[in-house]
Design a protein around this ligand. Structure first.
Ligand code: SAM
Length: 212
């Protein structure tokens, strides 16, 4: 559901050198390459995701590497745009990641990322299946949250919206856009029930910032 807001925010990518942090299967990378970006590098901490990304990028100039975001570094000015989609909330401390982004972006380069909306990442009631109610609690209690997920434990790190904005400013970025990814009725193809549900609470937060 954050895809329309993300691509609207990315705008024309023609000729850009793009880095994707937490690229998953690089489906986004494939779209960016189809849209004419000059180069695409996906990074992901999971070997199986990098394998899936490599398959997705087969036959293109894009590539994917296994690197934890916390450890990534690249040459100064080696990218024009950094994208990160639904991955930064898995990082405990975003400050070093944002500093590394700042170092490797060209002057005027942009960082655009989405995360699970802090309204949702604050508290997890453990409900399985389709949610019909949401609880916002412990909003100003930052840090790890966990839930049982596919036979294991999924851990994410809650931050407030203000925390993301402050971390960007500290890393040397200027906020250019903040979107809460309101659902687009056309994407629900007449399924009013499914459209009404995500209108009740914001699910995703998108932040775009420019390198100062
Ligand atoms: C919800 S998936 C999103 C994948 C992709 N960006 C997309 O939108 O389809 C989150 C991805 O972040 C990766 N990830 C989580 N923590 C990471 C870390 N510390 N460093 C690098 N990748 C990480 C996971 O392996 C996973 O592929």
């Amino acid at each position: 559901m954050e895809e329309p807001a993300l691509f609207a925010e990315l705008g024309i990518v023609d000729g850009l050198r793009i880095l994707d942090l937490g690229c998953g299967d690089a489906a986004t990378g494939r779209k960016l390459l189809d849209a004419g970006c000059r180069s695409y590098l996906g990074m992901d901490g999971s070997a199986s995701m990098v394998q899936a990304a490599t398959a997705t990028l087969h036959g293109t100039t894009g590539r994917a590497v296994q690197v934890d975001m916390e450890d990534f570094s690249a040459s100064p000015s080696s990218f024009d745009l950094i994208v990160s989609r639904l991955a930064l909330h898995y990082v405990e401390d975003v400050a070093p990641v944002l500093a590394a982004c700042h170092r490797c972006l060209s002057p005027g380069g942009r960082l655009v990322f989405t995360v699970v909306h802090p309204m949702l990442s604050s508290y997890d009631s453990g409900t399985q299946g389709t949610r019909t109610s949401w609880v916002v609690d412990d909003y100003f209690v930052r840090g790890a949250r966990q839930r049982e997920w596919m036979g294991g434990t999924a851990t994410w790190f809650h931050r407030t919206i203000e925390d993301y904005v402050d971390a960007l400013k500290t890393a040397g970025f200027a906020l250019s856009s903040l979107r809460e990814c309101e659902p687009n009725e056309e994407r629900f193809a007449g399924d009013v029930g499914e459209y009404e549900r995500p209108r009740r609470v914001p699910l995703f937060l998108l932040i775009a910032a420019g390198r100062l």
